[in-house]
Write a protein that binds this ligand. Sequence first.
Ligand SMILES: Nc1nc2c(ncn2[C@@H]2O[C@H](COP(=O)(O)OP(=O)(O)OP(=O)(O)O)[C@@H](O)[C@H]2O)c(=O)[nH]1
Ligand SMILES: [Mg+2]
Length: 261
Amino acid sequence: MCLTCGCSDADSVRITNVNHRTRDHGHDHSHGHDHGHAAGPAHADDTATRLVTIEQDLLAKNDDLAAYNRGWLAERDMAALNLMSSPGAGKTSLLERTIREAPAGRTLCVIEGDQETLFDADRIRATGAPVVQINTGAGCHLDADMLHRGLVALDPPEGSLLFVENVGNLVCPALFDLGEAAKVVIISVTEGDDKPLKYPHMFAAADLVIINKMDLLPYVDFDVERCAADARSLRPGVTVLSLSVRTGEGIDAWFVWLDAV
Ligand SMILES: Nc1nc2c(ncn2[C@@H]2O[C@H](COP(=O)(O)OP(=O)(O)OP(=O)(O)O)[C@@H](O)[C@H]2O)c(=O)[nH]1
Ligand SMILES: [Mg+2]
């Protein structure tokens, strides 16, 4: 997983509150949380065992900090949703439309995750919602430590609903609990209906699956029923909503689902 692909370099993470343009560079050790840098392999035979041990250690530490985040959010009467998809499935577009059109109630705020740029945070800022951008550098996912630092930078109002847009990737983000109340997995019809079975860890973790870009269905080979059935085979009973962020078709069911979070 991520140690193998070399993306777990906490020192390259940058956190920017685009509302105030403040930046947190580098790693915060205030919670004694350390990603455990890979020990040099003393013997080639030991390398595989060491990697498995380090990976388990990394995920166990992440789970501890995710539990801390969960408590932090609960103390503030907040809930977080972790939005995951491949690049371009429509996460930011869904958030823009949700912030602009969801029935008034809780304050909505956002933490954006991308390797580089403030593009998505600037799009959210244009809606008026509080937003922080996390840039992961080489990293291909958000982890609980990054989210904690993002929360400190965001300083969200009590009782708000937090959307976390993870780095566009159907693989690594599935492994890292952030302390969220639910994982929302988005797939768009242009990606192909085989994605649940090809990326089973992501879909097995999903609390909600959204099939987006339904306005493009006439132009692509995508079997909505097959995709939904495969998603349910991996996560029995999971709710699957098909909608178009572009046209607004089906979006009300998303707002109803959100209301129950
Ligand atoms: N036709 C159509 N296009 C859509 C829809 N939703 C999003 N798009 C387009 O898809 C492209 C990618 O949308 P984004 O919202 O940026 O996707 P994302 O998942 O946030 O992408 P990353 O942050 O890069 O992972 C944009 O050009 C959107 O306008 C939709 O329902 N229908
Ligand atoms: Mg985005």
